[in-house]
Design a protein around this ligand. Structure first.
Ligand code: 5AD
Ligand code: SF4
Length: 460
């Protein structure tokens, strides 16, 4: 029996979380133990993100921290994920204590590599090329980050090449996972008692498998909307999906959500900017008018679909007028939430050839102005939930109070309410009593003898 302890630290997006789960499952199968304590580990792996410079720097900081915290024998240090894929062997020069570099396509094959590195073969690198054909994602992870919410990759990589973005280089071209494999995984998760799954990918609505096996006879205008309907038919209580790309966001996705209550009423649709000039420079392939027409279709839906977005401030050449257009768009779209990012130049992307000419001060000022504008919109929107009853999947204890638990609604809002650990993993109706800037607060609606309280309010 292998008594080697492995600690994996995940940075970045849900795709990395899913990769870590696959890697952990493989390692456990190969006889490794997984530990949550980096100081007790023989092998410390970092699953890294390179989408912005700050994210990339983080791995080097963490390597230093881990090294300093350890007094005894140094662990084998490994870098996997997007930084590994992009930087390759040059990581060994940056961080000489690293013994292992593993690209984004090789997470499944980690055990062999660790074994070789531990047996004294120094500086192992694996598979910085494309994922080989037939090297499918059929590992259905046993190790999951949660017992109630599971991430299921449906498409990996990106063919869009937005001018600022490193993802097409770190994750390579789009590859869709066979529908039979995805649906099989969903059925297994349902049988295990999972209440919520997130179908994940850089662009889920570009889903385009080589064959339609598993989707025969399913209705839908695109392969993705057919997959959504087939996923709904598995009976899983909640299905969410992220991220959507505006150009490929077909209205049939909204129809599918309207038809199936277990397809959740939340769409994350990054717009990046409200300026047509900057959208062109970003090579997004759509205009603000195209985007707004998608948003209007969403707002017309039968169900109240929550909408969130990503916005980059300070893209090269962004003027105060361009930024004013972004504020106008945000006002118009009435988002439920925005992730704001300061533009970060990424080496070898097309935008890196443009001067990064918006000063750090202007980037910060725009960031804050956008945050303030959104907070005003969000306050109103969140307040409109007060008095309504929402279904909440309880995921754990609240960070704020040990007397409260927290979870998400179908529209992906965080809700805290008084309750005990016995509720974790359950779907609970909660009547909202107050709104905080980024969360809601309420009380559990107990199914009384007449059930009137629940029946009289709308469940979103
Ligand atoms: N600089 C800043 N933000 C970026 N994003 C992607 N690349 C960059 C970059 N170079 C943001 C986009 C994307 C989100 C995941 O990260 O908004 O939607
Ligand atoms: Fe990056 Fe654009 Fe692809 Fe999103 S769609 S991953 S922003 S290149």
């Amino acid at each position: 029996m292998n008594q080697t302890n492995v600690y994996i630290e995940t940075m970045g997006c849900q795709m990395n979380v899913a990769d870590t789960e696959r890697a952990a499952t493989r390692l456990r199968e190969a006889g490794y133990q997984l530990t949550a304590d980096p100081n007790a580990a023989d092998v410390v792996l970092f699953n890294t993100c390179s989408v912005r410079a700050r994210a990339e720097q983080k791995v080097y900081n963490r390597i230093g921290e881990i090294r300093r915290a350890r007094t005894g024998r140094a662990p084998l240090l490994g870098v996997m994920g997007c930084v590994a894929q992009l930087e390759g062997e040059s990581i060994f020069d940056h961080a000489p204590t690293v013994g292992l570099v593993v690209g984004t396509r090789a997470t499944d094959r980690l055990p062999t590599l660790i074994e070789r590195a531990l047996s004294g073969e120094e500086r192992q690198t694996l598979d910085l090329g494309e994922r080989s054909e037939g090297d499918s994602w059929e590992v259905s992870p046993v190790e999951r980050h949660s017992k109630h919410v599971a991430f299921v990759p449906i498409i990996e990589g990106c063919n869009k090449f937005c001018s600022y973005c490193i993802v097409p280089y770190s994750r390579g071209r789009e590859r869709s996972r066979p529908a039979t494999e995805i649906l099989g995984e969903l059925r297994r998760l349902h049988a295990k008692g999972y209440k919520e799954v997130h179908l994940i990918g850089q662009n889920v609505n570009s889903y385009h498998p080589q064959t339609e096996a598993g989707l025969e006879g399913v209705e839908g205008a695109t392969a993705f909307s057919r997959l959504l309907r087939a996923a709904a038919a598995t009976g899983l209580p909640r299905i969410k999906f992220t991220t959507s790309f505006p150009r490929d966001f077909h209205v049939d996705i909204i129809r599918a959500i309207d038809e199936h209550d277990n397809l959740c009423n939340w769409v994350h649709l990054p717009v990046q900017t409200g300026s047509d000039r900057i959208l062109r420079a970003m090579r997004r392939g759509h205009t603000t008018a195209d985007y707004i027409s998608r948003v209007e279709a969403l707002k017309r839906s039968r169900r109240n679909i929550a909408l969130t977005t990503d916005i980059i401030v300070g893209f090269p050449g962004e003027t105060p007028e361009d930024f004013a257009d972004t504020l106008t768009l945000v006002e118009r779209c009435q988002y439920d939430g925005i992730y704001i990012f300061k533009y970060s130049e990424r080496k070898d992307t097309p935008a890196a050839r443009l001067p990064d000419d918006v000063s750090e001060m202007d980037k910060s000022a725009r960031f804050q102005a956008l945050e303030r504008a959104q907070q005003g919109i969000q306050d109103n929107l969140y307040r409109s939930y007060v008095g309504r009853t929402l279904s909440v999947l309880v995921e754990g204890e609240s960070a704020r109070s040990p007397l409260d638990v927290k979870g998400h609604t179908t529209c992906h809002k965080v809700v805290n309410f008084p309750g005990g650990g016995n509720l974790i993993g359950q779907l609970v109706d909660v009547r909202i009593s107050s709104a905080k800037p980024h969360s809601l607060y309420g009380e559990q609606v107990l199914g009384g003898w007449c059930g009137a309280s629940a029946a009289s309010s709308s469940i979103v």
